[in-house]
Design a protein around this ligand. Sequence first.
Ligand code: B16
Ligand code: MG
Length: 226
Amino acid sequence: MKRKVEGFIFDLDGVLTDTSEFHYLAWKRIAEELKIPFDREKNENFKGVSRHECLRILLGGRNPGSSSFEKLLALKNSYYRGYIKRITPESLFPGVLNVLDRIREKGGRIAVASVSKNTDEVITMLGVRDKFDVILDGYSVKRTKPEPDQFLLASKMLSVVPGCCVVFEDSLAGIEAAERAGMLSVGIGSRERLNSADLVFNGFDEIEFNIMIGKLVEILTYEHRL
Ligand code: B16
Ligand code: MG
């Protein structure tokens, strides 16, 4: 039986816009202050990972000294919030709006599912709030990616079974979470890094909507996923 893809779940940072660069810059400042080596390669492991967990990874067992863990989290967020002030609707990645509008035309249901506690503000500044039926952020579930909880909650709130949902993600943690939720995944970014996703595109401007849907339906139909 041919199945339909009806639920479309979008990660935020690094998928709808380049906020992952702002997370990187904010962590870089914290790392410099703590004299901990940090570069873009290390930042790859921070994608899709909660602020709390990122700091734990950054410290790597080090004692944060006089500044407490909580203070460092707040400081990182204040740096990050300084960077996101510059977000405007032009900050959306090329092709995103087109894909969102095509989904809508086809009657699909759309969610944002991000680990970020700044999701609401970023979505509003991007001017795309009304494009989503459901918005889930870092406050919506206890167990974050790679646990499947947030995507499963999105599927429930969209009223679309997990097997008919597709997740757009730039992080390995998010692609693993999609798989564990029993959902299809589309990686946005490097093919080499995201090769565990069902499909990978460098960006949304590379996506031919009908061709992508055709490929996803083929995967659903022939791989007999739940
Ligand atoms: P915040 P996503 C994630 O968002 C980022 O990828 C990750 O780098 C960040 O640490 C996390 O949000 C928490 O963000 O500090 O704003 O709460 O990729 O799931 O949209
Ligand atoms: Mg992301």
